[in-house]
Design a protein around this ligand. Structure first.
Ligand code: MN
Ligand code: MN
Length: 309
């Protein structure tokens, strides 16, 4: 059974002048390129420890491909591909629709992706077998797989009420990850991206992270440095928040987080979308933008703008 709903949005959104529009477009593109760049940069060192990274690369700071997936230089992985699939489903169906998202993920799995997480695979199989667009509530499935692909929701629901944003988030996330810890963390990431898109301050971002910590102590990130973060959403976001708040540029933040190893493509992707939205396009090193595969960079730019409008 497919539960369908389309979100009616932005009908009463205030009109924006062209300079505001320009700012927003810049930030949205930066968020999407940031996601892809973090994914491509981190994939090289995914599953390595910080010590192994130092031994093999010194400080890892360039998009060079390789890694356990033996990627071509500039190739992205499931984090970016699933985001693009979700974004296409929103544009095609004119709203966030669980059935359309599940179908898009299923189509993507049919393309034999270079990488796919276990929870994602299980969720898509569940959809194929039952037609259900939500897996049952799981206490332990707190992986980062729904968070890594959440950017299209952040872009599309910009300006919507929190309840609408949360419903849109659940529709896409629960296809594979139905977990309250993941929901809370991912909603915080959406809010941080949207705050960046609106030109919010570092302090604004910090308050969102602090509110998440206040709601769930496990997310506390101001303690021991999180090295080698795994796919558990709490570890992933603690590393992302630490790197974001310990640095003062897009480049430094991404280099900080991927050199912690672990699920580095995903910490890179999530930090990349927040930091892209926050610092803007000018702050993204040109060498990283040009290293991305052309088709990916074009798709990210186009979708960023299409999802806003
Ligand atoms: Mn990946
Ligand atoms: Mn990953």
């Amino acid at each position: 059974m497919t539960i369908r709903f389309a979100l009616a949005l932005k009908t009463d959104a205030p009109a924006v002048d062209s300079s505001t529009n320009h700012f927003l477009h810049d930030r949205a593109i930066a968020a999407y390129l940031g996601l892809a760049i973090g994914d491509a940069l981190g994939a090289t060192v995914e599953f390595l420890t910080p010590r192994e990274i130092t031994e093999q690369y010194g400080e890892h700071r360039d998009i060079i491909g390789g890694g356990w997936l033996r990627l071509r230089k500039g190739r992205v992985t499931d984090d970016t591909e699933m985001s693009l699939a979700l974004g296409r489903s929103i544009l095609r169906s004119g709203g966030v629709n669980a059935g359309a998202a599940a179908e898009a993920f299923s189509e993507w799995m049919r393309t034999k992706p270079v990488d796919i997480g276990n929870t994602v695979r299980r969720g898509i199989r569940h959809y194929r077998q039952t037609g259900e667009t939500s897996v049952p509530l799981h206490d332990y499935d707190a992986g980062n797989g729904a968070c890594m692909r959440t950017l299209p929701i952040a872009l599309y629901t910009l300006g919507a009420e929190m309840e609408t944003i949360a419903a849109a988030h659940r529709a896409q996330a629960h296809v594979t990850h139905h977990n309250l810890v993941s929901d809370a963390g991912t909603l915080a990431v959406i809010q941080m991206v949207q705050t960046g898109l609106r030109g919010g301050t570092r302090d604004d971002l910090h308050k969102i992270a602090e509110a998440l910590v206040a709601s769930d102590e496990r997310y506390r990130f101001d303690r021991r440095r999180m090295e080698n973060p795994g796919g558990y959403i709490v570890e992933t976001l603690r590393a992302v928040f630490q790197a974001l708040f310990a640095t003062d540029s897009f480049e430094a933040a991404l280099i900080d987080v991927v050199n912690r190893g672990g699920d580095a493509d995903t910490t890179g992707a999530i930090l990349g979308m927040i930091a892209g939205a926050f610092y803007g396009l000018e702050a993204i090193p040109k060498r990283w933008v040009t290293a991305l595969e052309k088709d990916t960079a074009v798709a990210c730019r186009e979708q960023a703008l299409a999802l806003l409008s």
